[in-house]
Design a protein around this ligand. Sequence first.
Ligand code: BGC
Length: 839
Amino acid sequence: MTQTPAVESGDRSHALAPVESVAQISSVLRDADPSLDPRLAALARRAAADGVVLLRNDGVLPFAADRRIAVFGRAQLDWFAVGYGSGGDVKAPYSWNLLAGLRDVGVQVDDELAAATSAWTAAHRPATSAEWGRWPHHLPEMPVDDELVTTAAARSEDAVVVIGRAAGEARDSLLEPGSYFLTDAESDLLDRVTAAFARTVVVIDAGNVMDLGWLARYGDRIAGVVLAWQGGMEGARAVAAVLAGEIAPSGRLTDTIAATYDDYPSVVGFGDPEATVYAEDVFVGYRYFETFAPDRVLYPFGFGLDYAEFTQRVVRASTDADRIELEVEVANVGTEHSGRQTVQAYVSKPGTALAQPARELAGFAKTSLLAPGQRERLVLSIDLADLASYDDAGTTGHRDCWVLEPGEYRFAVGTDVRRAEPVASITLDEVRVIREAVEAAAPDPAAPFRRMTLERDADGRAVVGWEPVPTATVDRRERVLDDLPTALEPTGDRGIRLDDVAAGTATLDEFVAQLTLDELALLARGDLVMDSPLGTPGNAGVLGGVSASLRTKGVRPVTAADGPSGIRLSSYASLLPSGTALASTWDPALVRELAALHGQEMVRKGADVLLAPGMNLHRNPLCGRNFEYFSEDPLLTGRLAAAVVAGVQSQGVAACPKHFAANNQEAFRTRHDSRVSQRALRELYLRGFELCVREAKPLALMTSYNRVNGVWAHYHHDLVTTVLRAEWGYEGCVITDWWLESAVDPDFPALADNAYRVRAQVDVLMPGGVKTDDGPQAYADDTIVESVARDDGLTLGELQRGARNVLGLVLALAPVIDARATAAASPRRRCATATDASG
Ligand code: BGC
């Protein structure tokens, strides 16, 4: 079934007319919505700029003030500020394009060329709305002939060619021209421009990594390459500031850029309708390339150039049995430019019993802005326990444990995974068990596969080997039955309101014990439709007080709104840098600050739960939603996600990290099965979530659409109850991604659909209606209530447990929701609105 959310459109008409000057912004903001905070826009610009990755620069950048620049490529005007779908569909008050941004920052652009490009682009602009999931991958390029290019070359010194690539939910990139590859028109443009200009700078405005193998064709005629990502409404202006040298580029790659697509270890089976075997196991991204194929890398993980010239020196490396502390002094030894350096620490593990990647990111830190001559000391503190590996096969003698193998842990420090020099090591004499866990979410014995492992050839070189993946041995039925919660004795309505719980005059259990079966079932689903009338207009859904009886008891309706790059409601909201752009800053402190202002905007706009951050790993560069996600690395992902959650939640509203777990392709996303070893799950796909949950305690969390080792994530007792809640101690509210796939619980045939889900402790179906072959329907199924009466059906205790999780979220949000209600009811506010309207 095609998913057709009620409030999605892909319509970007509100953002198509770009602002052309900073002066214009204040009037645009005033007209659009005076409550939009210019400080958020300013910080978004800084974050977008700090995420710009400079891949090549022969000295052409920053552009000297006296040089005239010919800018080619329609994307300078039709700039992709964000990807499509729930993560991008924000009603932005304005959006910069690159041409306006360059002019704003004082770059002398070739106006004649700009006029020609503007005229052509305006005449060839496609319809503004795109059908859900059928977004364009690119927009056709303006054809150029030699005359246009050579006359432009006569007027200008240097050229910029802008390549634009969209990204979007429900649509992966394709191995086709215009998507992962250049189109003929783009190649032709590059051919002609690089022939006519001595120096060309390529700016890539893309949500996801695209093929860059073509750069080699042009040799040093391409003098600069800038990965702009999609930086939101201020993104193009931020890129312009970097090109002009007003802001120093300091972004670093969060993914490896390989020589060709086929070099990635995840290509086999990507996009399959039924199942994808994650055969590369823990060798994702740089973990694979640095171990087995270093020569297949165009740009390594962590890479990015600066205008400034830095040195760095480890001034102290202190180790004890549990940790290593590295103090690194970074100096800007250049004379012209300021800049920020990111210091990265990598660990090489012994790999005596477990196959280990050559290097793994173990810590990182970024300097402040250093002027020429300035230096700064950074301290990277790494707990050995955080470097433990998950032994899912018992090779170390400790099956289902997090372990540190005996041997030497070597640490290297540098500016990317490749350029990191050994600085210290710690040797463990014997295996150390860091944490005991239990087998969970293991591959199905009925679908075994072989996973990548590391072998050595006769010369000791790492070569790819294969071994059978350990499959599940646990009896899930028994596990669930052993863990059923005891029910609270139902008391009937004692007049306890949720406010009494907030005030401490009653306990949450006393409140829950009063609820009827119907009320418990209502708490287990959201309101039936997107854009629920119970919430702020344009919401993605509402949960909590979805019935009059619940509201009478003080259960407030909670508004959930997308998403990672801004608040997706009917009203205007700030369009912020996409996940990859933010992650490329390698700056959790900056991201937290931005998220705090974002949280303030949520309070003003009436969004209680932000359906963000998106934090699935970039397993394959074609995944359509990579733009929303952060990186191929779980540490970077986890730290960035924790920063978003902490920032948002510092304002009294909630974040909802998503999609738990292993949502790494968009094709067939509601049915395909991610088949993955427990070890890869624990160390990579769950690791970011674990870091985020432990560090920032998100109030909500969203499951994914896909299956994980045969079980849909929204039914996954092992993922949600065994790992997330029991092992990590998560106490928040777990919600589905929008709707669920109908299924009967194989271990408890009395349970189907929502009853099956509640048993997993996925608390709330969002929104609350039923998904049929004709699309989402605004009625609820009866599976929960019906199942309670059956043998082996849901127990009252399970429903009460879920209700507690939901009510915990409502309680946490009540102050913000109440303040909003008070403000809306205040006579002063009503009066001001009336005056505004008449004026
Ligand atoms: C997406 C979620 C999003 C939800 C609500 C789904 O299509 O996968 O990420 O939060 O819609 O808009």
